[in-house]
Design a protein around this ligand. Structure first.
Ligand SMILES: Nc1nc2c(ncn2[C@@H]2O[C@H](COP(=O)(O)OP(=O)(O)OP(=O)(O)O)[C@@H](O)[C@H]2O)c(=O)[nH]1
Ligand SMILES: [Mg+2]
Length: 272
């Protein structure tokens, strides 16, 4: 979605389940407005947070005029039968994007196209590289051709439906995904308590929430170095994102087992 929209709206890391929300990216042009919805990757959910993540996928299915299903080179198996059935029986156009073709070879790609064309006979297949922006324009052009006529849903200058605080939270979470291992990044949620924009600077206070005491120490790190690194890297990215100087203050708190707590999931915007 970032490549299609031309903005870094969704955070990107090599870890699975980086995206937890449904994130809208809007592209406005002469005579059109495209609403791209990035969703969490499709998995078999194992706990409440993951169930909410798959609910976001469900809602995107319901609203979409076109389904864009992205896999990567070498990916052969279906990750969730229920969603795959919905995809294969959808009565709207389906585009299957095979991403990361920069990291595979041609034979591998041809084999994969054959395989997926059999699994999704109605889908149009686009080999792409989101990283190198290869094939992305063709996907965009095809989407424009396929979209039904409709008045715009959002103002012409809108880029997303998410708040500034949301992007702060996500940027901080990205740094945690990048630097911490195993369960730690998955046990983290970020909440921005204060976002104050002044003339020359944005002052932000955010809380990193973990599920257990032991994880708090891990996040903070020896002599606070871990937390400092998260803060510095997130601040730099946010200064680019908001095009303004940022002062970012981080706190770490324990919010026991929040991932399994419906009330907490609601509070963090994972549930209605
Ligand atoms: N080589 C290569 N790597 C890519 C390309 N596109 C994305 N990546 C890498 O793939 C990894 C995953 O990217 P994400 O954007 O987090 O993937 P996602 O599909 O949104 O995954 P989740 O949000 O975790 O469900 C990152 O390390 C990206 O840098 C590509 O075209 N080529
Ligand atoms: Mg993602």
């Amino acid at each position: 979605m970032n490549a299609l929209v031309g903005e870094r709206l969704s955070i990107i890391t090599s870890k699975a389940q980086t995206t937890r929300h449904r994130i809208l990216g809007i592209v406005n042009g002469e005579g059109y407005q495209v609403l791209f919805n990035d969703t969490p990757g499709i998995i078999e959910p194992a706990y409440e947070l993951q169930e909410s993540m798959m609910d976001f996928v469900d809602t995107a299915f319901e609203d979409a005029d076109i389904l864009v299903y992205m896999i990567e080179i070498g990916e052969k198996s279906v990750k969730n039968e229920k969603f795959f059935t919905k995809l294969s029986t959808a009565d709207i156009p389906v585009l299957l994007l095979i991403n990361k073709i920069d990291s595979g070879n041609q034979n591998q790609l041809y084999e994969q196209i054959d395989l997926w064309q059999k699994q999704l006979p109605k889908a149009e297949i686009f080999p792409i590289s989101a990283l190198q922006k290869f094939g992305v324009q063709s996907v965009f052009d095809r989407i424009l051709e396929l979209l039904p006529e409709s008045p715009p849903y959002y103002p012409k200058d809108a880029l997303t439906d998410k708040s500034e605080r949301f992007f702060v939270n996500e940027t901080i979470r990205e740094k945690i995904l990048l630097h911490y291992k195993k369960e730690v990044p998955y046990s983290v949620e970020v909440e921005t308590e204060s976002f104050k924009e002044e003339e020359d600077i944005i002052r932000i206070d955010s809380v990193i929430m973990v599920e257990r005491d032991s994880q708090k120490g891990i996040i903070i790190g020896h002599q606070g170095k871990g937390l400092k690194r998260i803060g510095t890297e997130a601040r730099k990215d946010l200064e680019v994102f908001f095009d303004k100087k940022v002062f970012l203050k981080l706190f770490v708190k324990v919010n026991k087992d929040w991932r399994k707590n419906p009330q907490q999931l609601k509070r963090f915007g994972y549930k209605q």
